[in-house]
Design a protein around this ligand. Structure first.
Ligand code: C5P
Length: 214
């Protein structure tokens, strides 16, 4: 049987890695996992039951109960849940539990595109292709701001930018599995690039890697 194809896509909040990963999964006939949702599910379980976010034992219990098949992105995508997720994701035992589940998902044939912060460095260090998608904080904040306005919501650009910078600092500064490009990751800086251009650049990198594998 052929080995599953694994594509790792990492990058900071609002870098466009989620949209890119979904398109890549469709393009290559792979399953897709947004690993951020698994940390968000832990945070949401604690928020929903009014429990503190800084209690490691409670977070571990919530992580054990996480089931990737029942994620509700409409609840998990809330801003407050993302902020809370970045707090519970600092606990090493929480990460170990979720990483085991993420690896099992990746290795199920025919393979998968996983996006997150530590896919190329920790979850799937042997991935066939590793992409690190980034853009300047100002560009990411601008995209998120426009997206909220487009959906009819209200948003303050300065607050979004401050939030992105705080989240970057926490994700890059934590001791366990900090956000950073793997040594063998391909960097895609989308500051000056459309989603379409980023998709085409990613496909070129993946096609070359898959041709070398066959
Ligand atoms: O990508 P998303 O914004 O949904 O991630 C929410 C939070 O979950 C991130 O800020 C990060 O702290 C955490 N996370 C992580 N490792 C991943 C994916 C997300 O630590 N692989």
């Amino acid at each position: 049987m052929t080995r599953p194809i694994v594509i790792a896509v990492d990058g900071p909040a609002a870098s466009g890695k989620g949209t890119l990963s979904r398109r890549l999964a469709t393009q290559y006939g792979l399953r897709h996992l947004d690993t951020g949702l698994s940390y968000r599910a832990v945070a949401q379980a604690l928020l929903a039951s009014g429990q503190p976010l800084d209690d490691e034992a409670l977070a571990v219990e919530a992580a054990g109960a996480v089931d990737f098949t029942v994620f509700d992105p409409s609840v998990l995508s809330a801003h407050a849940v993302g902020e809370a997720a970045s707090r519970v994701s600092v606990f090493p035992p929480v990460r170990r539990i979720l990483v085991d589940k993420q690896r099992a998902f990746a290795m199920d044939p025919p393979g998968a595109v996983l996006d997150g912060r530590d896919i190329g460095t920790v979850v799937c260090p042997d991935a066939d292709v590793k992409l690190y998608v980034t853009a300047s904080p100002a560009v990411r904040a601008g995209r998120r701001h426009r997206e909220i306005l487009r959906l009819g919501g209200q948003a303050d650009y300065a607050a979004i930018l401050a939030d992105i910078e705080r989240r970057d600092a926490r994700d890059m500064g934590r001791a366990d599995s900090p956000l950073r490009p793997a040594d063998d990751a391909h960097l895609l800086d989308t500051s000056q690039m459309s989603i379409e251009a980023a998709f085409l650049a990613a496909c070129a990198i993946i096609d070359e890697a898959l041709a070398a594998r066959n």
